[in-house]
Design a protein around this ligand. Structure first.
Ligand code: WT7
Length: 638
């Protein structure tokens, strides 16, 4: 029996038991499966108070040797990456492990010859093209810390991230395809860099054949640099606890924070969780539809599958282009065996024509996955019957940017699934439910705040440049616990069902936004005195954004005001954060101490005014009635 690859339910139970009784022995044994330049002195040193978490102390490695070099002997000619274009008529790209290795080494040499050294930060703002995966790995090869910025973010959002990390380089493209649209990524970067001073070089990949403005001495075509680059690249030897990457994510306060993951622990956890959750077999073709701009793409398009020697598919397009059958066409075209997507995509396709699915065979599929938000039962059943034909286990995987990898999920075909439940923790993961006072709820059939009481190798180590913020956000709410920000329920068999965020974070189509972040953008519109943003249930997106805005400027046209506000959100964050509803209100419900009563605003946004509770103690009780009178969802329901 091996804890590294679990094959039966009994093995799962035994592995979990061992991981709780002796975490160091458990993870030490798993870590033996990787190639290290130097082994660790100690598997784990930790306290959640500072927090200080060190896995595989003083070990040395390079993650790309584990993703690429060590596979060359046995899998050199195996496909590592399949790339499928936005345009179904464009030829796909296939790279074997040997070819990907060469590309990564060349690109790593390009980075080095442009002055990038170990520890430097490189921002990557690229569409879903092979250069994105290659850039990420090239950074890791030379020990540069990558910070991938989702290519839907605005110039201001890029500038914030470049400045926060003091990045020396940005890698982008002339433009990108998204369904029928084209977007000038390089132009967005140029606008961002007007606000940044740390960037010395911009590498530009060619995707659309456009001729963007190239700043003399700063901007270079990636293709030309690659042509000059040598194909061998000695990897940088990294300490297990050296940072591997920064990934910005939204929280309930302030600007997005840079979650930091490190080389050794992240590697072990990405590989371990990938193999076991998806029960990956050597000949499988695996496809995760996420974007590498999010953690799902980092761990389960790039690192996890490559560490496991898998064939990973990367898709440039969207589920609805050229029609709603695109996902299924790609599944058939490349004989995909494992398919991992988000509930929002499932719900969107479910709302479309059944023939868009029924026209495809989908016979290659054997495992389905879901990630990013709770999957409702209706979507689960549609996915199970229409896509999986009731033959494919669905792994509903709960995790977060901060956790590095999947935390609570079925292991495909090994542990039981249950619609809308993420089910059981992976070996090594110790979830607990707490009540509001921080007492552990030991009984089943209870609901509480989801915390994790022991570190796992993929846990975040800090937030870039601000360790206090990491401590305050995740480790201060309850002593000795990592607090997830989610509420969860445990059933009689110990299965977890994730209910959703309990903090001021909204999850729109699986993307995280802080209400404060959106309010800050709204407040930059001239004439806005105050705003309050809440989430509300949305049929396709999971949650939608609802903004209450007090406007006291000179403009008298409500539509123009709303358009102006949207424009500010698009400028400061990106189109992905556009609210569904902007309601102009005369005031906001506040307590006597001036705190906005978001609970009331959430109810009104839902269209449910039956249980607003006692509003008589508010500073200005009438304001609630005035808001209700104009609230679109309340009107719809009455
Ligand atoms: C938040 C994390 C995990 C990668 C994608 C999102 C929600 C995530 C599930 C799930 C219910 C889920 C949680 C979590 N979430 N997966 N299977 N069931 N909720 O990463 O942007 O860091 O967001 O997404 O609320 O806290 P993220």
């Amino acid at each position: 029996m091996s804890n590294y690859r679990i094959r039966t339910f009994e093995e799962y139970e035994a592995a979990h038991k061992k991981s709780v009784e002796n975490p160091e022995a458990f993870w030490g044994e798993i870590a033996e499966h990787f190639s290290w330049h130097k082994k660790w002195d100690k598997v784990l040193d930790w306290n959640f108070d500072e927090p200080k978490i060190e896995w595989f102390k003083n070990a040395e490695l390079n993650i790309t040797e584990n993703c690429l070099d060590r596979h060359l002997k046995e899998r050199g000619n195996k496909l590592a990456l399949i790339w499928e274009s936005n345009d179904p008529k464009e030829k796909f790209v296939r790279l074997t492990y040997r070819e990907l290795h060469t590309q990564v080494c060349k690109m790593a040499n390009v980075l080095r010859s442009n002055g990038i050294k170990k520890g430097d930060r490189v921002c990557i703002y690229l569409p879903m093209i092979p250069e994105l995966a290659i850039s990420v790995l090239a950074c890791a090869r030379i020990g540069a810390i990558h910070s991938v910025i989702f290519a839907g973010f605005s110039a201001n959002a890029i500038a914030d991230r470049v400045n926060d990390a003091q990045a020396k380089m940005v890698i982008t493209s002339d433009g990108l395809n998204r369904g029928a649209k084209q977007i000038p990524t390089k132009r967005v970067v140029d606008e961002a860099l007007e606000k940044c001073t740390s960037v010395e070089t911009v590498l530009v990949a060619e995707r659309l054949g456009w001729a963007p403005n190239m700043v003399e001495g700063r901007d270079k075509w990636l293709g030309e640099e690659m042509d000059k680059a040598h194909k061998d690249c000695v990897p940088e030897i990294m300490n297990a606890e050296d940072p591997l990457f920064i990934l910005y994510t939204s929280g309930s306060t302030g600007k997005p924070k840079g979650v930091v993951h490190t080389c050794g622990g992240y590697m072990v956890y990405a590989d371990y969780s990938f193999r076991n959750v998806f029960q990956y077999e050597e000949s499988d073709v695996y496809w995760c539809t996420a974007d590498v701009g999010w953690i799902t793409g980092h761990t389960y398009i790039v690192y996890g599958p490559l560490l496991a020697g898998a064939t990973t598919l990367m898709f440039e397009g969207v589920p609805s282009y050229p029609d709603n059958g695109r996902f299924w066409q790609v599944v058939d075209k490349h004989s995909v065996n494992i398919f991992y997507t988000a509930p929002t995509a499932i719900r969107a396709l479910m709302a479309g024509d059944e023939d868009d699915v029924l026209s495809y065979s989908l016979d290659s599929l054997k495992t389905l996955g879901s990630v990013g938000e709770p999957i409702n039962e209706e979507a689960w059943h549609w996915y199970n019957s229409m896509v999986g034909k009731e033959q494919c286990p669905i792994v509903d995987t709960w995790w977060q940017t901060e956790t590095g990898g999947i935390m609570i999920s079925p292991l495909a075909g090994i542990t039981k699934t249950k619609p809308s439940f993420a089910t059981l923790p992976l070996p090594g993961i110790q979830p607990v439910l707490l009540d509001a006072e921080g007492n552990e709820i030991k009984e089943n059939e209870q609901e509480g705040l989801l915390c994790i009481k022991h570190p796992w190798p993929g846990i975040l180590r800090t937030t870039w440049g601000d360790h206090e913020r990491c401590k305050n956000t995740y480790f201060s709410a309850f002593k000795g616990m990592y607090f997830t920000g989610d509420g969860a329920k445990r059933d009689s068999e110990g299965n977890y069902r994730i209910i959703g965020r309990v903090d001021d974070v909204i999850n729109v189509s699986g993307h995280r936004f802080g209400t404060a972040e959106i309010e800050n953008a709204i407040n930059t519109y001239k004439g806005v005195t105050e705003s309050a943003v809440v989430g509300f249930p949305h049929d396709i997106k999971g949650q939608g954004i609802y903004a209450y805005v007090i406007y006291s400027g000179d403009n008298t046209d409500p539509k123009a005001i709303r358009d102006g506000i949207v424009q500010k959100i698009v400028e400061n964050i990106g189109k992905i954060a556009k609210p569904e509803v902007i309601q102009l209100v005369p005031g906001l419900p506040k307590t006597r101490s001036g705190k906005i009563m978001r609970r009331i605003l959430r109810k009104i946004a839902e269209g449910d005014i039956s249980s607003l509770g006692d509003t008589s103690t508010l500073l200005d009780p009438e304001v609630v009635d005035l808001i209700i009178e104009e609230a679109p969802h309340v009107k719809q329901k009455s």
